[in-house]
Design a protein around this ligand. Sequence first.
Ligand code: TRP
Length: 475
Amino acid sequence: MRIDPWSSQQSTDYQRLRDEFGIAAFDYGERLAALARQRGLPPPPPIVRRGIVFGERGFDRVFGAIERGDPWAVLTGLMPSGPMHLGHKLVIDQVRYYQSLGADVFIVVADVEAHVTRGLTLERAREIAMSDYLPNYFALGLKPDRTQIYFQSERAAVKDLAWKLGRRINWSTMEAIYGFSGETNMGHAMAPLVQVGDILHVQLPEYGGPRPVVVPVGVDQDPHIRLTRDLAQATRIFSINHEPGKGVVVALKDNQDKATVERLHAALARRRPELAGKPGHETKALLEAALREALHAIGASDVEKNVPYGTLTWKAASARDVYDLDLALAKFEASALEGFGFVAPASTYHRFMQGLTGGKMSSSKPETHIALNDPPALAEKKLAGAVTGGRATAEEQRRLGADCGKCMAYETYVYHLVPDDDRLAEAFEKGTGGKMLCGECKSIYGKPAIAKLVGDLADGRKAAESALKATVRSE
Ligand code: TRP
């Protein structure tokens, strides 16, 4: 048997989440590490290597962009409703890693969501963000000049998208996804659409245009991700179907609403005035334009055009070609056809940290978490008090060993405090082997590391003060 210090007590639950919701297992840790070795890129952080990031949707497209050095983006958001703590740090650690790989970085301060779902005023949410979250983002290593942080309440493009995409979803679907009911207040009911706006707006032309985007979140956010991916697809003018053996079929969707069809035809008429007012010619012209500007542009050949069916069939396409084609068509839709051209965003899911006291980690219960703003002495004290997997007596522990899988201090090592894999394995072996008692373990592996972490963050926040105001952009 092999000792696996990274397996978690909760793995079966995450497995079930994956199975039930169709989340794929995140198996890019090794591939990202290999890429880092080959290319001299920064290695993936512990949470990516250790299975803390356990699931994904659509990450393949993002990995392809990383491999090829194509443009891509990462967007995530936090609600500034309580102190920023180690649980929130998880997300920023991933964003920082992606930034080091070349992603465009967006972080949304979800003040509207905090207002409508938690009752905070926008002013209070802003205060918390400016005094705690943002300074910590920079202290954690995000590059101020390469990070776009914005407030949900201030970005018109986000709110406009919420309204526009709202047209494409009805109340029954919202009920089915979120369990909303007649009692749900409308502000709360809009929050998911605002989040869809957050995620998709980074593909608008003024924010970088269509490209792969990854959204690192806790698995509780998955309903928003599914909704976003569905709505991104719904805005597309062409559909793409890969049928093994037959190749790829690109079809002009025939379920466009009237406004879209009119806009399409108008856009087309501006580019091909000779076709204006000749109904029936539009399909042919659209297919020809797509063929030229999207398919041929990425090197497709031997494409069959079927005007009555409104399709283009590319027989020799491979699975990877599908991503390129999707992106090329998205760009074509966004530029030539004045559509949205959103490619479906990817997501990753990380495990939640448990509370230091053994239950849930909660922003409103200081004893359950270590806040990034906690002074070193307090952080050490909280860690010293963390629930462990120790035995009732020292004698028993020497005989049976501790259960590190139940230890909340050990969890902080895995997630944050002991990045070195050998050192982590050493702590695990000594702990489970009964060679060390819990107090000793915390003194060696935990307390100095947490004191250093929060101490460094305090310094980092000071250093970031001047960068702060310059970074926040409203539009
Ligand atoms: N709903 C997220 C939370 O509860 C915050 C959030 C808002 C977000 N917009 C987002 C997360 C976009 C990821 C992407 O914390």
